[in-house]
Design a binder for this molecule. Structure first.
Ligand code: NAD
Ligand code: MG
Length: 390
């Protein structure tokens, strides 16, 4: 049977890797329903034509005419603006890959959740900013949530989720990013290019910076807590520079189960898109005889305060993770525009968390999407104000 697949954020790193697998699938196995992008109309049009998509949506109106012109004379329907992203996510599909970056992905991803289908979740920020609400919606709609983030995908593969009492802890592994061994003095001088240059994974710009600050691992800690319903105290993080073990689950009998593989996102993407069957992925096979060693150590939260901030936000609960995420998005965007320094990123996030804690808005989880969006906006404003004052 043909699987109908939608990709939210098809022009990004995860989106392109997903399409790479679709391209290699047997003819007739997969039909592309909707594809979406923020502003890269040219790439979106080329993808839509190659995969004969039914519908494409561009979030930003700026390049709408480029998209419309490129697709004129085809049967591909075109939509523009935020409502078009919802339409893309709402068109009947069997599998949706949620691969928009940042909190901007929340509403379209929730629209896909509402279909009650198989959802491949790459967009970790939507779980960070709306964890409780998102998971409740998944449950209510009977959606099958398939984690795509490599660590969470690894845990999903080895977790006996029907026997939660047997689980002692989850162990998320981290590559440590490009500055694992850098001194604080070096971190003060880090450039945009240094930070974008990840030693192991090839990814979009925002997540590459998050990996360099270790905020990515912090967001993943929060993501794991909501996905697998475990408190902060039962989720450990270990730096594992080889990035061969993608994460582990420790059971109460002392067993530790791990998932191993080459660091290539096409493995977790194939797992999610093929589920419950296995789907072939053209990744480099792991040659165990060539692995000289697997090393692990505790992350340095003095050098990388983002990880501490994320754990504190998770433990504070309520709206704190939403504030953390929004302030981080603003700080990373400013760093990418070379408006702030690398070490300013956690400072901006910490200031936003402190200010919002003073207003005691952390006491309870947001009750609806409107409240999440307004918390997200307020935190963005606080972060902006801090940046301007630097
Ligand atoms: P990316 O920047 O390469 O691509 C992001 C996609 O989202 C693009 O298609 C872009 O057009 C779209 N987009 C950006 N802003 C938007 C907006 N405001 N409205 C609508 N669409 C918008 O990002 P990526 O690296 O592919 O990451 C996507 C998600 O997957 C992120 O949440 C990231 O944390 C997660 N993730 C990525 C990787 C990886 O290897 N790249 C690994 C694990 C998890
Ligand atoms: Mg990850």
């Amino acid at each position: 049977m043909t699987k109908r697949v939608t990709i939210l954020g098809s022009t990004g790193s995860i989106g392109e890797s997903t399409l790479d697998l679709v391209r290699r699938a047997k003819p007739g196995d997969i039909k592309i329903v909707s594809l979406t992008a923020n502003s890269n109309a040219k790439k979106l049009a080329a993808q839509a034509i190659e995969f004969n998509a039914e519908y494409v949506a561009l979030a930003n109106h700026k390049n709408a005419n480029v998209l419309q012109e490129a697709l004129s004379g085809t049967a591909i329907e075109v939509g523009v603006g935020p409502e078009a992203l919802i339409e893309a996510a709402t068109r009947a599909a069997d599998f949706c890959m949620a691969a928009i970056i940042g909190a901007a992905g929340l509403e379209p991803t929730l629209a896909a959740v509402d279909q009650g289908i198989h959802l491949g979740l790459a967009n970790k920020e939507c779980l960070v900013c709306a964890g409780d609400l998102f998971m409740e919606r998944v449950k209510a709609k009977g959606t099958t949530l398939l984690p795509v983030d490599s660590e969470h995908n690894a845990i999903f593969q080895v977790l006996e989720s029907d026997k939660p009492e047997g689980v002692r802890r989850l162990i998320l592994t981290a590559s440590g990013g490009p500055f694992r061994e850098a001194s604080i003095e070096t971190l003060k001088k880090v450039t945009r290019e240094d930070a974008l240059n990840h030693p192991v994974w090839s990814m979009g710009a925002k997540i590459s910076i998050d990996s360099a600050t270790l905020m990515n691992k912090g967001l993943e800690l929060i993501e794991a807590s909501y996905l697998f319903d475990r408190p902060s105290s039962e989720i450990d993080i270990l730096v594992h520079p080889q990035s061969i073990i993608h994460s582990m689950v420790e059971y109460i009998d002392g067993s530790i189960l791990a998932q191993l593989g080459s660091p290539d996102m096409r493995t977790p993407i194939a797992y999610a898109m093929g589920w419950p069957d296995r789907m072939a992925a053209p990744v480099e096979r792991l040659d165990l005889t060539k692995i000289s060693g697997l090393t692990f150590f505790e992350p340095d939260t003095q050098k990388f305060p983002s990880l501490r901030l994320a754990r504190e936000a998770l433990e504070a609960g309520g709206k704190a993770p939403c504030v953390l995420n929004a302030a981080n998005e603003i700080a990373v965007a400013a760093f990418l525009k070379e408006q702030v320094k690398f070490l300013d990123i956690p400072r901006i996030v910490e200031t936003a968390l402190d200010q919002h804690a003073k207003q005691s808005c952390f006491s309870r989880s947001p009750c609806d999407v409107a409240e999440i969006i307004s918390t997200d906006n307020e935190a963005r404003i606080t972060a902006h104000e801090h940046i301007v004052s630097l």
